[in-house]
Ligand binder design. Structure first.
Ligand code: KG4
Ligand code: ZN
Length: 344
């Protein structure tokens, strides 16, 4: 398709954790290319992401990934309206690689620079395949580092109504997977083995936070799984991995669904979206589909590839920032603990 004169093309870069990614996105909702180099295999032997190794691999891969994204899009650097990059939250060394690459591109080519919040990127992934989705709506963001229930008031305008008090949902998946011997990355492995287990085999706790009805807490659930494993060992009983995985997964999903649907109803929305790596979980998607159908709520979710870290989502979020006139200077820095709705 030929570009129209006022088309906005964003070159997007993401390197906040263990994926080196670049994409070209047209007008916020159309992916022209989406290149993801996953480092997962590299970190698996250590049972989790090793920040120093992640940074070094990003440095090795970033130029290659950006070049490939441009080539696959059929566009040139000069065709880009802006370069958007994740500048937080995430691992500082990993973020710095993407931020430095974007700043170098902006400096050398004169293309405007836009720093993007990683979670804003995850939420924005919903706009890519759901062309008619517009704010306001409620979004549950569940990733390796965050579990937030967010009111998306407008593009780039957020209010967090619920958050985790301890572990993020993805973190709980990863820790429990390690405890039952499934290894890293835990989420997809638990998702997979759970299809062979009984979700009602073990009754794990569903935590509520007193006085904060939309908040989450997963560390008690993680301890309950560890206690269960210990007691099996002491009694000499064999652990059924699939049953433990399925029962744990159900406990997480029950809480996520209950709090989210309650929030959507209480705040009077009819649109609900999910985002982040855990949003690719097949049982979670089924559970939300059912609940939303039964409650007359429109349910939105990105396809699994756009739930986990990618640069297309950063291109979409960057597009809406671009339209608002947001531009960053070459003093843009990585901000590892950047809060949603806060800009630096
Ligand atoms: O969004 P993401 O790719 O990176 C962060 O921003 O954290 O999320 C990664 C997290 C990991 O904890 C991973 O175990 C989890 O998402 N995850 C899943 C699934 N796929 C990835 N959790 C449950 N089920 C899955 N299918
Ligand atoms: Zn992420």
């Amino acid at each position: 398709m030929l570009d129209k004169k006022d088309d906005v093309l964003i070159l997007a870069i993401e390197s906040s954790c263990d994926e080196t990614a670049a994409a070209v996105v047209r007008n916020g909702r159309e992916i022209l290319s989406n290149v993801i180099y996953s480092q997962i295999a590299l970190h698996t032997v250590y049972g989790g992401v090793v920040p120093e190794i992640a940074s070094r691999k990003h440095i090795e891969k970033i130029n290659q990934v950006i070049r490939q994204a441009l080539t696959e899009s059929g566009k040139k650097l000069q065709d880009m309206s802006a370069v958007a990059v994740t500048y937080g939250p995430g691992l500082v060394g990993a973020l710095l690689v993407g931020v430095s690459a974007a700043k170098a591109i902006s400096f050398a080519s004169g293309i405007p620079l836009i720093g993007v919040h990683h979670i804003e990127g995850h939420i924005s992934a919903n706009y890519i395949e759901n062309k008619s989705l517009e704010p306001p709506f409620i979004c549950l963001v569940v990733s390796g580092g965050h579990s937030h229930l967010v009111v998306v008031k407008d593009y780039g305008e957020y209010e967090i109504i619920g958050r985790t008090r301890d572990d993020a949902a993805g973190e709980a998946f990863d820790k429990v997977a390690r405890a039952i011997g499934l290894g890293y990355p835990g989420g997809p492995k638990i998702d997979n083995i759970s299809t062979k287990g009984n979700p009602d085999a073990i009754r794990f706790p569903r935590a509520k936070v007193v006085g904060a009805e939309y908040d989450f807490s997963f560390s008690g659930l993680k301890s309950a799984v560890l206690n269960y494993l210990n007691s099996c060992e002491m009694k000499g009983e064999k652990v059924n991995q699939a049953d433990v995985a399925a029962s744990f997964q159900k406990a997480v999903i029950d809480v996520l669904v209950e709090h989210s649907i309650h929030g959507v109803k209480e705040f009077g929305f009819d649109k609900f979206a999910i985002a982040g790596g855990v949003a690719s979980n097949s049982s979670l998607r089924k559970a939300f589909e059912k609940e939303c159908r039964e409650n007359g709520i429109h349910f939105y979710h990105p396809s699994p590839l756009l739930c986990t870290d990618n640069a297309a989502m950063i291109g979409t979020a960057g597009y809406y920032e671009y339209r608002k006139g947001i531009r960053h200077g070459l003093d843009l820095n990585a901000v590892p603990n950047l809060k949603l709705g806060e800009s630096v």
